[in-house]
Ligand binder design. Sequence first.
Ligand SMILES: [Zn+2]
Ligand SMILES: [Zn+2]
Length: 406
Amino acid sequence: MAVGSYNFDDNTQLSAHFNVQEFRCKCSQHHDILIAEELVDKLEKLYTKLNCSKIIVTSGMRCPSYDISIGGNGGGQHPLGKAADVVCYNQNGERISSKLVCCTAQDLGFGGIANIDTSYTATHLDVRTSNIWYGNEVINYHTVTDDFYKYYGISREEEKSMILKGIDVSVHNGSINWNQVKNDGVQFAILRAGYGRETSQKDQRFEEYYANAKAVGMPVGCYWYSYATGVEEAKIEAQVCISIIKGKQFEYPVYFDLEEQKAFATGKANCSAMVRAFCGELEKAGYFAGLYMSRSPFNSYMEDDIRTKYALWLAEYGSQLNYNGSVGMWQKSSTGKVSGISGNVDMNECYINYPERIQSAGLNGFSNCQIIDAPAIAPEIPKTENQATVEVSINGETYSGKLNKK
Ligand SMILES: [Zn+2]
Ligand SMILES: [Zn+2]
């Protein structure tokens, strides 16, 4: 195994997310830094597998004297440059449980793995090649398990379900049996609402798909295919889209679908401005706005603020999404097969709990305070009455009480 040796001040970028400086020994002497290639390689794989927004290396290489000073024996994996203690963060910026990190690291073949703090957020990982060690330093330094899934009671299914599987469909997908789709493990669907700047360009199956998906309890989002080449047109498209989706409820974002060459030809500044215009109109109308683009034009035609401003749904067909920033959804294939749909289907992975976020924020047609029968009783209140009894539904619970006349 190759172990690189770097000067104390070396700041070589070792991989997409790791720099030499992050592995520097924390003692006071400015000595060289040892870093095993395989360690960085596996940390990158961990980053992808857990869909991290960042991984902080809290301790990388340690010289023997420093290792001893913090309670080690000076001869472990840290002095060899083969270990890192890490804290992993998810797309919401929350720390990922080290229980899950341990399980995932086991799948990736790290040789030494251990939870190292009582809050289960920091994990020791190393790439030793013999005498595999799976520990839990909070309980016992010595080997505690041969399978973290068993040890922590985490099912492999549970681990997989962190990534939601979904489809996106338009009239081109024809008749759909949504029950079969759901039973095939599809967890959400993004529907084409329509395209362009005319209400007549509503997707011919939008209403049907929406009603039938909802009928089987499938959470949905939608997208609007853009033909705009300027800000004003994008605003018109947004208004048309809003008029078509009004009154419906979407658990997933409403996406601006930007893929026309004619739009890209207008350049980066204009394309970015169009996205802000469309998504801005949607946000003003109470929607959770997103952007759908292919990864490559996204990199070429979007200004930096767009990366974090709206829900991002990037398309790239293949085994991985080659994008370093954080992304909510990845369209990974256009040739998926799902029972209940004939022919090819676009397949997606989602990494964010949009239903929770959107419903708790009261967006996309969801309101966290819905008055259910006030209009019905209002006309019956005599003018002399100073109080009205009303019932309201808040987050699914019904409350009733009296309101005082102002
Ligand atoms: Zn040192
Ligand atoms: Zn460690």
